[in-house]
Structures are given as structure tokens and as C-alpha cells.
Design a protein around this ligand. Sequence first.
Ligand code: NAX
Length: 325
Amino acid sequence: TVEPKRIAVTGAAGQICYSLLFRIANGDVYGKDTPVILQLLDLPQAQKAVRGVVMELEDCAFPLLRDVVITDDPADAFRDIDAGFFVGSRPRTAGMERRDLLNANAEIFRTQGRALDAAAKRDAKVIVVGNPANTNAMILAANAPGFPTENITAMLRLDHNRALTQFAQRGGVGVDEIRKLVVWGNHSPTMFADWRNATAAGKPLPDVIGDETWYRDTLIPTVGKRGAAIIEARGASSAASAANAAIDHMRDWIKGSDGDWVSMGISSDGSYGIPEGLMCGVPVICANGSYERVQGLEINAFQQQMLDRTVAELVEERDAVSALL
Ligand code: NAX
């Protein structure tokens, strides 16, 4: 018998979790042989709504779902976890400045970092989805000094998946034929979808598409503004696709990425001139339950310019919350 995995999910009453929890309970992260226990965190005023979602989880009769914990206490939510999906965060409300938003979230992730440090297994894998995801992940790591920083990551995978489909449609290839794509930087419109090393069915992707102007002037901004386009069309922000990206990120980290690159926000070691400690999207290869940053890529002037822009934004965010680091 396989021991159940304990998985904390924050923001459990929210719209991303309305998709995410069902995917986890279905075995989409750890696989169909591994039972799971969900440990759900949300604010006190959202507890009733979480109980409603749990009723629906029960009504799915998922064979792998062994137990569900519902709590508003981070220490209870993170106790002995193997994995944590940090989805909950403070949304921007009318009249709120960017700095206020950064600070409100920094407070949340400071508290949760301390609870993670006190309660989680040291080898737990953490993904931060709640925005500003990269900076929230950095605060979480800074406030969990006894927890390995490499086990805390930020989600760039939705941007990565968005770029994959845009390239595949333009190139007339399958999404699964594209490899070695990366989205660098911040999960924000400054992120940089980089095709330089990518291949489609074994051929260089830039040659397959053969239109540098389209890449620079259409692809990059389309991916950067995709979140806004979805809000405009749907009247609500990306939810099922965000949940799917979080599942992809964690499944690949646990099971491996089969030699392919995936984009993950990880704590910078200074590679590519990215200041140490920033949680920045970079290319990684996942194998044996961990990830390795792809090293030694040659960066041309255009890539450098795009990287500089998104890294500058991460530095700005870090400076805005520096008191909580
Ligand atoms: P919702 O507003 O539907 O849900 C958020 C939930 O978090 C609510 O139930 C709220 O009560 C809870 N929450 C707030 N503060 C909390 C705290 N301190 N502890 C525990 N729970 C708390 O948002 P949803 O659409 O689910 O999005 C969640 C977050 O993901 C947002 O910050 C959003 O911006 C972010 N996203 C990040 C993406 C990424 O690629 N990194 C893409 C999708 C999404 O926009």
C-alpha cells in the first residue's frame, strides 16, 4: 500500500481551487496509485464556502481522496505536508496602489512562511500561484529559514503553456512537438517567452515559424496580456487553465519532465545576471523529484533586453517589500 500524500491548498474557496482541488483528488499530481489527503486553508469568512466545495469533492467519490482537513490556521494546513499549493492571496481592490497590494500580500506570505517553517516536512514541494506570485514566493522563503528555499517555487507554467499553444498554432505543429521553450522572469506582462532554443518536431522553432516580427510584436505581447484578454472575454480571471498549469508544474517536478525544459520561478543563484534570491522564471529540467536550472545558455542582445526588463520589475517589487524580508 502507498502512503497518502498530504497536500495543503490555500485559497480553497476561490475560483482556481474550484478546478484545482478536483484535479488533485483525481490523482493528476501524484498519479493513480497514490492516495491524497487535502488540507484546505482559507480565511474565516470563507470557511462555509470551503465546506460547500468539500461536499462536492465527497460527491465525486474519488477513490484516492482519503481525507480532507478544513482550517483557517496556516499551521494546521501545513502540518506534515508533502506538497503545498499557495493559491490564496489578497486581490487588488478599488483605490489600492500597487505598493499596498504588494505589502498586503507580503504580510500574508510572511505569516504563511513562518507556519510552513514550523509545520511542513522539509522535503515538501511548494508552488506559489497567488499574485504577485514571484515576490510572494520570495517572502515565503525568507520567512521560512529552516525550510529549503529550493523547495519553494513560483508559477510561470501558465505563461509557458500559453506560449506553447500560440507557437503551435502559428507553426502548424502539435503542442507536444515543441520542446525547449522557456518563459523568463516575472509572472506579469513583462515576462519573456523565449523561442531561441526551442524546436518543433526537431527543427529550430524560429525557422519553422520564420517570422521574427510576428514573434516580437505579436507573440510576446499576446502571451503577456493573455490574462487580461481572458478577464475581458470571460468577465473573470483564468481559473481552470491556472489550475491546470499548477498541476503540470507539480507533476513534472515530482515525476520528471522527460528531458524537456519547463519554466519555473526559482530562487536565483546569480545565473544569467539575475540578482541572487529573486524568484525568477528560468528554464529547468525536472528529474528524480528535483529540478536543475539549465545553465550556460548564450544570451543575445534581444534576449538580454527582455530579461533586463522583467528582472527590473522583480527588483522593484523586492524593494517595495524589503521590510518584510
Ligand atoms: P479568488 O479571489 O477566486 O480566490 C482567492 C481565495 O483566496 C479566496 O477564497 C480568499 O478568501 C482566499 N484568501 C485570501 N487571503 C487568504 C489568506 N491569507 N489565506 C488563505 N486564503 C486566503 O482568486 P483566484 O481566481 O482563485 O486566484 C487566486 C490567485 O491566483 C490570485 O492572486 C490570482 O491573481 C492568481 N493567479 C496567478 C496566476 C499565475 O500564473 N501565477 C494565474 C492565475 C491567477 O490570476
